[in-house]
Design a protein around this ligand. Structure first.
Ligand code: KG4
Ligand code: ZN
Length: 363
């Protein structure tokens, strides 16, 4: 079924066409240059850019797939979670398109779509990993969400553990912002860390394996605020050291550079990923599920990929790199599954900024 997928939940304006799980085209127009000077996504700018770009991005996705609008058999669009103004642009474009062409459309969840990305094949890219059978463990790691889940079907996911504060991608972005490593922070730290020593700095790994106020254990939950604070405090120590050494310059300037910066990036990255993996390994041991499917922007991280590739006893499937971050293919892919099952959204469907499904109430 030829399905057009539209994704505008944050700062990527994206559209793709998928047919039987094969990605025929995948267009991602990133707004990064427009948000870089603010070191974060500015919601109003994001919505306005989507309004400007959405038609051109969809047109390109159709042309790249060698398709005309009348070839499409269905439409899928991210309806939640995300920035409300951004979501509404994609949602209403999709509704208008579906109505005009008289084809079915479905609003999908962005996080379920991330977990679906690894199941897609890119046309002409050769053989990728085989589809894993359900159930498997889902490692959802993005800029807004981090969760370890049990996945029983493409639309049946239960959260086993989640962050109790920042998402892992958010921690990368914030550390990079404080140190001036670049924007967005994940790829900047990943690149810088390649030449760094991950043992140079010891950062804390908070252990939440203790009873919560509800009297239950939360062995798979994790936290990033302590790590973030420790890495930021280290910056203060650099400043004090440089000021004491009289190395000149006002005290606010001397962020580390060169080898020292690479060491900070590598040490932070190792700790951030190890925090995730500790929960994941516990979940695998306790559930007896040894297949892991990763998704979300942080699934592109090279240290995470290397660690899991070397982990005997666990089989991990990652999406192709271009399907880790936000994209329309994952939306079209999961949308095709819903539409084939007969699910439809109504033309009065609305968007929502948050979803409950991926939040585990912490006591
Ligand atoms: O899934 P995504 O594109 O958007 C959300 O749904 O949030 O994820 C974006 C996040 C950002 O925090 C970005 O810094 C992070 O993914 N990211 C990475 C890498 N590439 C992107 N984090 C670590 N290593 C990377 N290579
Ligand atoms: Zn995302």
């Amino acid at each position: 079924m030829k399905v057009l997928g539209i994704e505008t939940s944050c700062d990527e304006c994206a559209a793709a066409v998928v047919d039987k799980g094969i990605v025929l085209s995948n267009v991602v127009a990133t707004q990064i240059p427009f948000h870089a000077k603010y070191q974060g996504v500015v919601p109003e700018i994001a919505s306005r850019m989507h309004v400007r770009w959405i038609y051109g991005v969809v047109d390109r996705a159709l042309k790249d797939g060698g398709l005309r609008p009348e070839d499409l058999e269905g439409l899928a669009v991210t309806a939640h979670p995300g920035l409300l103004g951004s979501l509404l642009v994609g949602l209403h474009f999709a509704k208008a398109f579906a109505w005009a062409r008289n084809i079915p459309y479905i609003g999908v969840d962005h996080l379920l779509a991330h977990l679906y990305a690894a199941r897609l094949h890119i046309k002409g890219a050769g053989d990728s990993a085989a589809y894993p059978d359900y159930p498997f463990l889902g490692l959802l790691v993005s800029g807004g969400h981090s969760a370890i889940c049990r996945v029983d079907d493409f639309d049946r996911v239960s959260v086993l553990g989640t962050t109790i504060d920042d998402a892992v991608g958010e921690a990368f972005d914030k550390v990079a912002k404080f140190y001036g490593f670049g924007y967005p922070g994940g790829i900047a730290i990943d690149t810088l860390a390649q030449t760094g020593d991950s043992g140079a700095f010891k950062f804390p790994m908070p252990n939440l394996y203790k009873k919560g106020r509800d009297g239950k254990d939360h062995p798979y939950d994790f936290s990033y605020s302590g790590l973030k604070t420790a890495v930021v405090n280290q910056l203060e120590q650099f400043r004090v050291k440089k000021a004491e050494a009289g190395s000149g310059g006002p005290p606010e300037t001397p962020a580390p550079s060169g080898a020292e910066a690479a060491d900070i990036a590598a040490s932070f990255q190792k700790t951030a990923i190890d925090i995730l993996l500790r929960g994941l390994f516990r979940a695998a041991a306790d559930t007896g599920i040894s297949t892991v499917v990763a998704g979300g922007g942080v699934a592109a991280n090279s240290y995470l990929r290397a660690r899991l590739a070397g982990e005997r006893g666990l089989q991990t499937i990652f999406p192709p790199l271009q399907l880790c971050g936000d994209n329309g293919a994952m939306v079209a892919g999961i949308g095709e599954r819903y539409l084939l099952r007969g699910d439809r959204s109504s033309l009065s469907q609305t968007a929502s900024a948050r979803v409950r499904a991926f939040r585990k109430p912490y006591p």
